[in-house]
Design a protein around this ligand. Structure first.
Ligand SMILES: NC(=O)c1ccc[n+]([C@@H]2O[C@H](COP(=O)([O-])OP(=O)(O)OC[C@H]3O[C@@H](n4cnc5c(N)ncnc54)[C@H](O)[C@@H]3O)[C@@H](O)[C@H]2O)c1
Length: 329
C-alpha cells in the first residue's frame, strides 16, 4: 500500500515524505508546483504534477497505486494574499480538497491526515489555546481551512472517512535535505536569517506595543521534523482504527519576535538588521498552543523544542542551499 502526499514538493510536505520514506513506506506525491519545488520531491516517491482538484488525475493515481491513506498538505498559505484574492483561496484550499476527498472515497481510500492551522481560532480569548477554544478566523485563509475541517467531519458521518486534522502553530527549522524556500518569504525565522546573511531587506518588526513582556508578538515555533513525527503518529492512529481527531501541534512555549532575533544573532554570530513597523491588521499578540491533547491521543512529544536548535537547523540548511532549491525554482 502507498500513502498519497499532496503538497509533497512544499516545505512541510517534502520533509514529511523524507520521514515516511525512511520508514520504508511507499509514497506518491501530488503537487502542482505552484508554490513547491520539483527538487524538493524525494527521489523514492512517485511524482505526479497536477492539482488536488483534478478528479481524473486523482482517480488515475488511485488506480495506479494501492493507496491506504492521504496526507493532505497542498494549499495556499499566505494570509495577506487570501484577503486580496479570497476566491482563489476558497477554490484551492476548500473546493479542490472537496474533489480530492470525493475521489479518494470513491476509490475506497478513507484515511486522511489534514494540515489545518491555528489561524482557524482567529484572535484567541484564552492562551494557551486548547482545541475546545472557539474557532472564528479573521481571514479567508483561516476560513478555508476551517471549512475543510467541517467537510472532513461531514465525510466522516456520511462516508466513514476517518481523519486527523492537525492544527499547526508556526512550522520552522529544516532537515539536512529539506528547508524553507518560499517566494515571497513571509515567515519570521527565514527572514531573520536572510537579514543576518545580508541577503534580504532589514527585518521588519511588526508592532512594538503589544501587551507582551517586550512589546512584540509571541508565537509557538514547532520544528518541521516534530510536525512530521506527529503525522506518522496520526497515520498509525488511523490505521489502528482510531476515531477522527482535531489536534493542536505546538510546543506550548511562545517566543517573541525579539527573542527570535536574539536567537538568530546567537546562532549566526552576526547582526540581524531590523526596523520597527506598524502592527499588521489581525496579528494577535500571542498564539501559543496547548498541545496536551496531541500528547494524550497520539503520544506526540516535540523532540526539538529549543528555539536555538530550530534556528540552527534553518541556518545550516540556508548555508548549504544559498539559493534554496535553485534560482526561480
Ligand atoms: N508553514 C506553516 O507555518 C504552516 C502553519 C499552519 C498550517 N500550515 C499548512 O501546512 C501546509 C503546508 O504548508 P507549507 O508551509 O509547507 O506550504 P508550501 O507552500 O511550502 O507547500 C504547499 C505545497 O502545495 C502545493 N499546492 C498548493 N495548492 C495545490 C493544489 N491545489 N494541488 C496540488 N498542489 C498544490 C504547492 O505547490 C506547494 O508545493 C499548508 O496546507 C498550510 O496551510 C502551514
Amino acid at each position: 500500500m502507498a500513502v498519497l502526499v499532496t503538497g509533497g514538493a512544499g516545505y512541510i510536505g517534502s520533509a514529511f515524505v523524507e520521514q515516511l520514506a525512511a520508514k520504508g513506506e511507499r509514497v506518491v506525491v501530488l503537487d502542482d508546483l505552484s508554490r513547491g519545488h520539483r527538487a524538493a520531491v524525494h527521489s523514492e516517491a512517485a511524482f505526479y504534477q497536477g492539482r488536488t482538484g483534478d478528479r481524473a488525475l486523482v482517480a488515475r493515481i488511485a488506480r495506479e497505486h494501492p493507496l491506504d491513506a492521504c496526507v493532505h498538505f497542498a494549499a495556499f498559505a499566505y494570509v495577506g494574499e487570501s484577503v486580496s484574492e479570497p476566491g482563489r483561496y476558497f477554490d484551492n484550499n476548500f473546493t479542490q480538497a472537496q474533489v480530492l476527498f470525493e475521489t479518494l472515497v470513491a476509490a475506497g481510500v478513507k484515511r486522511v491526515v489534514f494540515s489545518s492551522t491555528c489561524a482557524t481560532y482567529g484572535v484567541p480569548t484564552a492562551v494557551p489555546i486548547a482545541e475546545s477554544h472557539p474557532q472564528w478566523p479573521i481571514n479567508p485563509y483561516g476560513w478555508s481551512k476551517l471549512f475543510v475541517e467541517r467537510l472532513l467531519e461531514s465525510f466522516d458521518r456520511a462516508h466513514g472517512l476517518r481523519f486527523v486534522a492537525l492544527r499547526y502553530f508556526n512550522a520552522a527549522g529544516a532537515t539536512t535535505r529539506c528547508g524553507e524556500h518560499h517566494e515571497p518569504e513571509t515567515h519570521l525565522i527565514p527572514l531573520a536569517l536572510r537579514a543576518a546573511a545580508g541577503r534580504g531587506a532589514k527585518l521588519k518588526v511588526f508592532g512594538r506595543d503589544y501587551d507582551t513582556p517586550d512589546g512584540t508578538a509571541i508565537r509557538d515555533y514547532v520544528h518541521v521534523s516534530d510536525l512530521g513525527e506527529a503525522h506518522l503518529l496520526a497515520l498509525a492512529h488511523l490505521r489502528r482504527g482510531g476515531d477522527s481527531e482535531l489536534l493542536n501541534l505546538g510546543t506550548g512555549t511562545g517566543y517573541s519576535v525579539l527573542e527570535v532575533i536574539e536567537a538568530a544573532k546567537r546562532v549566526t554570530g552576526r547582526d540581524v538588521p531590523s526596523e520597527p513597523a506598524e502592527r499588521r491588521e489581525g496579528d494577535p499578540p500571542r498564539l501559543v498552543a496547548d498541545p496536551s491533547r496531541a500528547r494524550a491521543v497520539l503520544g506526540w512529544e516535540p523532540k526539538r523544542p529549543s528555539l536555538d536548535a530550530i534556528v540552527r537547523s534553518a541556518w545550516d540548511w540556508m548555508q548549504a542551499h544559498p539559493d534554496g532549491y535553485g534560482p526561480g525554482a
